[in-house]
Design a protein. Structure first.
Length: 448
């Protein structure tokens, strides 16, 4: 009965085929033991992956010994990895739960790639799915979060999502399967345990069929999410332009859209903002030019009729010195340097990311830094000095670009080059030039 349903579920919900080589995540608990037994009896070629997170002293080692005995019982390969989970969680400033999850899946991916497994099988079931939906709801989520766990996503498959916890316990009893009990499962300091031990039982007391109803609900939500993704993409194309280094939102179109907040929810989700930023960014669309919001490594700012979202990667940029003879620097931007004889120069024509200067007119060392108010230079072709700020305004450089614009100065504090824009006329190549100093700003995609 169980195996027939298991096979039917895999066939209808995944792209797996009997005989596929699967890496099975086995902790030693009842769920993973049942998964391994079902897969083995259903004709899949299995190998075990076991993580020892060293969270329960000797219990963790006993779990490992037990899982090794399972590998012998089924006569299959086993992979074991040890993690200093608590130390890693502290270093990365994340919860122990999150650290363990990240470590586990990162290692699974490495094994799969190295040994050619078709997929990674994990033992989540209907109750786990219900807990996930409730946790997502508690933290704040959209339709995808309400859709819960997917049976197959990328390289991960969850064949037990057709069973609830009671059915898994019954299967283990019928087949006399031994398994380990994790003593930390009752520790409600962990959010998922608190949901499992305290909240879910209360909901099941109100409605005994709650887990089954959540399962039905998540499938409907998954269909809704697919539909909304297709529809919202139409509005995104009209209102939002995504590129490698920035996201542009048409403020007027956003204000006039019936689905403005849905559009912004999708934007914030893609860029890693919390849902609370939807309203903040929407309100920014009505603000004056120059108003901005900073979040981690992103800046959201109003620029005329646009909302720009750009990386804040130069927020801590300092001054960096360029000595004669240096070939390149990679901070705060990537610049290449080359000095050559004037006879080696084929043409004075060059792209705006290249500066060709009279080397003898320069006083080294040079310095590169973000431009500052008060910086002045003589743009190539002009006789008068101009403030860098005025140059940027006159050339309609938007606020986002202004915040990421650099200057190169010589040892006498003279602006030599407004990077990616214009060199200073005082350092141009002329009839008396003997040596050429070439600087080239390399975009992120071209850094070698």
């Amino acid at each position: 009965m169980f195996l027939k349903r298991f096979d039917s579920f895999i066939k209808s919900q995944t792209a797996l085929h009997k005989g596929d080589k699967l890496l099975v995540a086995v902790s030693g608990g009842i769920d993973s033991v049942v998964l391994l037994d079902m897969l083995s009896k259903s004709g899949y070629r299995c190998a075990i992956a076991h993580c020892n997170f060293h969270l329960r002293a000797s219990e963790s080692d006993t779990d490992q010994t037990f899982v090794q005995s399972l590998a012998r019982k089924y006569d299959i390969p086993i992979f074991i990895e040890h993690f200093d989970t608590i130390d890693i969680a502290a270093k990365e400033k994340i919860s122990i739960e999150m650290a363990a999850r990240n470590l586990r899946y990162r290692w699974f991916d490495e094994i799969k790639a190295r040994h050619g497994f078709r997929a990674i099988a994990v033992a989540h079931h209907k109750n786990d799915n219900a807990e996930t939906v409730l946790l997502n709801l508690a933290r704040g989520t959209g339709l995808r979060g309400l859709a819960g766990m997917q049976v197959e996503r990328n390289d991960i498959v969850r064949p037990l999502l057709c069973f609830d916890r009671t059915e898994i316990e019954l299967y283990a009893k019928m087949h006399r399967l031994d398994f380990r009990i994790d003593s930390t499962n009752s520790d409600t300091a962990f959010h998922r345990n608190r949901m499992r031990c305290n909240i879910l039982p209360q909901l099941e007391a109100i409605n005994p069929g709650f887990v089954a109803q959540i399962d039905d609900f998540t499938r409907i939500m998954a269909d809704y999410a697919d539909f909304v993704d297709i529809e919202i993409e139409k509005y995104l194309r009209e209102i939002v332009e995504f590129s490698r280094d920035r996201t542009e939102i048409d403020a007027s179109a956003l204000q006039n859209s019936r689905f403005a907040r849905l559009v912004l929810f999708e934007v914030t989700k893609r860029l890693g903002f919390p849902p609370s930023f939807v309203d903040r960014i929407y309100q920014l669309s009505y603000r004056q030019t120059g108003r901005q919001i900073v979040y981690n490594d992103k800046i959201v700012l109003k620029n005329r009729d646009k909302i720009l979202i750009v990386d804040n990667k130069h927020s801590d940029a300092m001054s960096y010195t360029i000595n004669r003879g240096l070939s390149h620097i990679d901070k705060p931007i990537y610049l290449r340097f080359e000095e050559m004889d004037i006879t080696e120069l084929n043409s004075l024509k060059c792209d705006k990311n290249v500066a060709l200067l009279d080397s003898d007119k320069l006083s080294f060392p040079l310095v590169v830094r973000l431009w500052q108010y008060g910086d002045r230079f003589r743009p190539l072709g002009m006789r008068c000095f101009q403030k860098v700020s005025d140059f940027l305004i006159n050339h309609k450089i938007d606020i986002a670009e202004k915040q990421r614009t650099f200057v190169v100065l010589d040892a006498n504090d003279r602006v030599v080059w407004l990077v990616d824009n214009r060199i200073d006329d005082r350092f141009k190549i002329d009839d008396s030039t003997q040596r050429v100093f070439k600087m080239e700003c390399i975009g992120d995609d071209n850094v070698m």
